[in-house]
Write a protein of this length. Structure first.
Length: 559
């Protein structure tokens, strides 16, 4: 029988946040492909995913013993501070509404209804020009459906009905906005918000709502529209920047930053000032004096100056629109367009089908190393990457001197390569979780390296021969647990070895354990280990993935 919740407490809020990250990550490419409004820059799914990741990182910083109010507050603060793009700033206001509703404790039917009413008010106040057929449409549908229910309705019924209402609202967006209708798509941000409500259904009811997948049509009409769009873009290209036009106003840059220490009146003034400089203006607060500001403008310096004139500005991110359109309009060939491409590639050495899927979902390009690979395979993969900058997650598949040689050869071939210090796939996943393509490569590499180094890891294997270890002699068939590269456990049974290894890895603390289950492990092995952590280490979160890697029965990562 499926367990259902009568209220959403701190633990359920955490589960929902993690589920949102997983769901947005899984559907990131789908949402990105639908992105045509307000700028067709194919990043809405990415922005939503990174915004929720920032919220989760803030939540984890609150500690495993945090109550519902503290968890909700941390989600809001993290989302506003880490909001990416127009959609991310809007999402942050939903989480601010969650925080306000959770201030009095676990969420029930009445507080969920109040939360949606508040979210609608916050988003409407934050967006300078509300547009039908967007995330606002879905949020309004959720609020209408919730308000139509009696206060005594079961929480399960309420969240299921809300999710159904938002799914219907997503389908309706195509006919509500001319850009969506011409492209034959639903709104990308609206779909992302629907995914967030579906994740709540999964947590409350234990069931995953069946949903269709969306794709962008590639028909003859769209080809003509694309040509027309390129011709319009050509007329806006200057020697200094590419400027894409929306609603008659040229918009060359996206500017996002956080302003601290201002009040509602100052935020309103900032919103007005940014509206004079561009479009898609959103200024949204976390309820404690921090406000995320977003604008599309041809004057990024002026947009930042507006923030500085208002309060203390932090975390400025400026992105240029339309590089791909400029290349097409200028008639550049494939090689030249690649040379114009900005950003960086993440390349990971990975073993196991499940682990490969995880890395791909996180945006990495995977080189399989289920069996021993030659360093030349990695070199060819690096040289074949689209971008000049390449960050490599070796995950222990090659030795240090091999990596140094590959890096030197790739740099000679024109690649800027950084080999990150990841000795296991669980460390690589931790590094990917903090990857931010908007940062400079050196800063991104440093942050990812810190995340990897901060993840204690271990592995469980079956001994194939008799050998002497630091903890005694192991015989063929024994289960051996390694902390890093050192054998620290020898036991007759895999479960005993796994539990004892977890105790050692968690002896110095930890908030979350990642369990990557290998191909040779029994079907329920991961679940047994997760049950042990829950019982022996209360307050520690556990996530279990099927990695399918050969060799290791399981890999553990402790953060």
């Amino acid at each position: 029988m499926v367990d259902v919740l009568e209220s959403i407490d701190a633990g359920a809020l955490r589960q929902w946040a993690y589920r949102c990250v997983d769901s947005l990550t899984a559907r990131c490419d789908e949402i990105d492909a639908l992105n045509v409004f307000p700028i067709p820059d194919s990043d809405t799914g990415t922005n939503l995913m990174f915004t929720f990741r920032a919220a989760v990182e803030s939540m984890r910083g609150a500690g495993p013993a945090a109550d519902t109010r503290t968890v909700g507050r941390a989600l809001a603060v993290g989302a506003v501070a880490g909001a990416r793009g127009n959609s991310g700033v809007i999402l942050s206001q939903l989480l601010r509404a969650v925080a306000e509703a959770a201030a009095d404790g676990p969420l029930d039917t009445v507080s969920v209804q109040a939360m949606l009413r508040r979210a609608k008010v916050l988003v409407s106040g934050a967006v300078s020009v509300p547009v039908e057929g967007t995330m606002l449409t879905v949020l309004a549908a959720a609020d209408r459906d919730a308000s139509a229910h009696d206060a005594n309705v079961a929480l399960t019924t309420l969240v299921v009905d809300i999710a159904e209402a938002t799914a219907r609202a997503v389908d309706s967006t195509t006919d509500q906005l001319v850009e969506l209708r011409e492209a034959g798509v639903v709104d990308a941000g609206a779909l992302g918000l629907s995914v967030v409500f579906d994740a709540l259904v999964e947590v409350v009811t234990g069931r995953t709502p069946p949903r269709r997948r969306y794709r962008r049509p590639h028909d003859h009409e769209r080809t003509h529209r694309g040509a027309a769009s390129r011709r319009a873009t050509d007329s806006c290209v200057t020697s200094d920047a590419v400027q894409v036009s929306t609603s008659g106003r040229p918009l060359g840059y996206e500017v996002v930053y956080v302003v601290h220490g201002i009040d509602e009146a100052q935020a309103t003034s900032l919103r007005t000032a940014l509206a004079d400089l561009g479009d898609s203006v959103v200024v949204a607060g976390d309820g404690s004096g921090a406000w995320s500001a977003h604008v599309h403008t041809t004057d990024p310096g002026g947009a930042v100056d507006c923030g500085i004139a208002t309060g203390a500005v932090r975390g400025v991110r400026i992105s240029c629109f339309g590089l791909a359109e400029s290349a097409a309009g200028a008639g550049l060939d494939t090689h030249d367009r690649t040379a114009l491409s900005v950003g960086r590639d993440i390349l990971a050495l990975v073993a196991g089908d499940g682990a490969a899927d995880l890395y791909v979902q996180e945006g990495a390009t995977v080189v399989r190393c289920d069996e021993a690979i030659d360093s030349s395979v990695l070199h060819r993969a690096i040289v074949g990457m689209k971008h000049r900058e390449v960050l490599v997650l070796p995950n222990g598949a090659l030795s240090a001197h091999e990596l140094v040689a590959v890096g030197a050869a790739a740099r000679a071939d024109g690649k800027d390569v950084v080999m990150l210090p990841c000795s296991a796939m669980v460390q690589g996943l931790a590094a990917l979780a903090v990857h931010d393509a908007a940062r400079a490569a050196v800063d991104d590499a440093f942050t990812m390296s810190e995340a990897a180094a901060g993840t204690r890891w271990g592995s469980l294997r079956i001994a194939h021969e008799r050998s002497l270890t630091w903890v005694g002699t192991c015989e063929p068939g024994d289960s051996i647990g390694l902390a890093g590269q050192e054998v620290v456990i020898v036991a007759a049974r895999p479960l005993d070895a796994g539990c004892r290894l977890l105790d050692q890895l968690l002896a110095t603390g930890g908030e979350m354990v990642t369990v990557l289950v290998g191909a040779q492990a029994s079907e329920d092995f991961g679940a047994q280990l997760a049950e042990y952590v829950t019982a022996a280490h209360p307050g520690v979160d556990v996530v279990v993935y099927t990695g399918g890697q050969p060799g290791d029965l399981v890999q553990f990562g402790v953060e």
